[in-house]
Design a protein around this ligand. Structure first.
Ligand SMILES: Cc1cc2nc3c(=O)[nH]c(=O)nc-3n(C[C@H](O)[C@H](O)[C@H](O)COP(=O)(O)OP(=O)(O)OC[C@H]3O[C@@H](n4cnc5c(N)ncnc54)[C@H](O)[C@@H]3O)c2cc1C
Length: 432
């Protein structure tokens, strides 16, 4: 480690790795600091008996910000698109073809008039006036239908994509995402997501920078409202490192805690009060025999499960030869407040037995986790994100806690890194 760098990046999640790679690509000497023993934060993989289990996200929106960053810095994303996609509603699989949402609405509506009413409302919201955020998406949809299959389909999309239930999502946020990125397609990274972050870390080293694992940022140093460096704890020692630009991927709340109190600007503190981390239940299981025909399944009208991915069907090196890896996502009944976790996991298992009747005989559960609080689904509900600029000049935030409207998850975290990098290129290290 050197005593000064052009840029220090705190945290190696999607936003941190993308920001570090983009800065290194621009010739900056970057210090990338990660508290954990592995890169990638909530979008990485850890090996469990040869299965690459996701530490959080695993499905990369194809052709979007993360792949764009890879293209910019000249590394392969390694993303293999999901080619076999379906929605499971009430025991029936609906194969995905172009215009799947509309097709399913027509198929499950009680009458052609009901389908027309819902489709016309969706069209108006996209092409004319987008609903505001004063009601939830669920309440917005109830104006047009109470059909539980139509609600179930949207609940599946919203809770798997945006990590809140449809009755918890501000209505306008759904349409913002659809306007920015529909139709969304996903893929899985060959060898596990961690491979991509390792390629980005290599870029940092090649440009003369350093990557520290097991190093925790303790404070951010500020000189007259301008960032001047950080204090780190690394190998049982405290280190002062200076840089004119610091990019934090720790989430805006933690970033704020690291700066001296006199710089914690009041309006930013108020904006932070709206930040509410979301919760996801996440489970991996394995089987010898392939039990489902699709690599990405949206699940609706279930108790809790909202998606099942089988990355081993598309991407090499994520499961031992001849074995299959499944990732299950589920939304707790309340994604914003504490819940009875035993009851939630029991509901998830019942769903899996409905979808795969031989589950107990043929499947081995590898991991079972509920993500919330400081290791959440998203750092906050869409529609309540503070700015990527912190109150301290040249101290930026990246990650899903600050992604711009309409961008979510890994796509939003990568987008925030693109925006911050563009801003640094424009402003340099100048004081305003
Ligand atoms: C279960 C689950 C499933 C998901 N599924 C998907 C999906 O399929 N597709 C998708 O696009 N999105 C998905 N998401 C969302 C996606 O994972 C996140 O939006 C994305 O990973 C956020 O990345 P980030 O840039 O905010 O960084 P984070 O992942 O939050 O990384 C922050 C990093 O900072 C490190 N850190 C913390 N404190 C310190 C410190 N003091 N010093 C140094 N380092 C520190 C942490 O260890 C971590 O590595 C999912 C999320 C979860 C939890």
């Amino acid at each position: 480690m050197q005593s000064n760098y052009d840029v220090i990046v705190l945290g190696s999640g999607v936003g941190g790795c993308c920001a570090a790679a983009l800065q290194a690509y621009q010739g900056k000497r970057v210090l990338l600091v990660e508290k954990r023993a592995y890169l990638g934060g909530r979008f990485s993989t850890v090996d469990r008996d040869g299965f690459q289990c996701a530490t959080g996200g695993l499905a990369v929106p194809t052709g979007q910000s993360l792949e764009q960053v890879c293209e910019t810095v000249g590394i392969p994303s390694g993303v293999k698109p999901s080619t076999k996609i379906a929605t499971w509603l009430d025991g029936k699989f609906y194969d995905h073809k172009h215009g799947v949402t509309r097709r399913i609405i027509r198929e499950v509506a009680e009458s052609p008039e009901e389908a027309d009413r819902v489709l016309a409302a969706l069209n108006r919201a996209m092409a004319w006036e987008t609903p505001g955020n004063d009601i939830s998406f669920g309440a917005w949809l109830t104006q047009y239908t109470s059909n539980h299959r139509i609600h179930g389909m949207f609940q599946s999309t919203i809770s798997s994509l945006l990590t809140v239930n449809s009755n918890e999502l501000p209505a306008g946020e759904y349409f913002k995402v659809m306007k920015v990125s529909a139709p969304l397609r996903f893929g899985f990274i060959e060898g596990g997501s961690i491979r991509l972050w390792e390629r980005m870390a290599d870029l940092v080293r090649q440009a003369g920078g350093d990557v520290l694992l097991g190093a925790a940022a303790k404070t951010v140093s500020v000189d007259n409202f301008r960032v001047s460096g950080v204090t780190l704890r690394y190998q049982q020692q405290t280190h002062e490192v200076s840089a004119p630009v610091v990019i934090s991927n720790l989430g805006p709340a933690v970033t704020l805690e690291l700066i001296p109190e006199q710089y914690q600007e009041l309006s930013y503190l108020e904006a932070m009060k709206r930040v509410t981390p979301t919760a996801i239940i996440w489970l991996h299981f394995a089987s010898d025999e392939l039990l489902l025909d699709y690599s990405a399944i949206g699940v609706g009208c279930s108790r809790r499960v909202n998606m099942i991915d089988i990355p081993s069907l598309e991407a090499e090196g994520v499961a031992p030869p001849g074995k299959h890896l499944y990732t299950v996502g589920a939304a707790p009944l309340d994604a914003l407040n504490p819940v009875d976790l035993d009851g939630e996991f029991a509901a998830v298992m019942d769903d899996l037995r409905d979808i795969i009747p031989e589950f107990d005989e043929l499947c081995t559960v590898l991991t079972k986790t509920c993500y919330r609080g400081k290791w959440p689904g998203f750092r906050t509900v869409p529609g309540s994100r503070p700015s990527h600029r912190s109150p301290v000049e040249n101290l930026y935030n990246v990650g899903d806690g600050v992604c711009p409207p309409g961008y979510e998850g890994s796509m939003g975290a990568a987008r925030s890194a693109q925006l911050v990098s563009e801003e640094i290129a424009q402003r340099g290290t100048l004081s305003s």
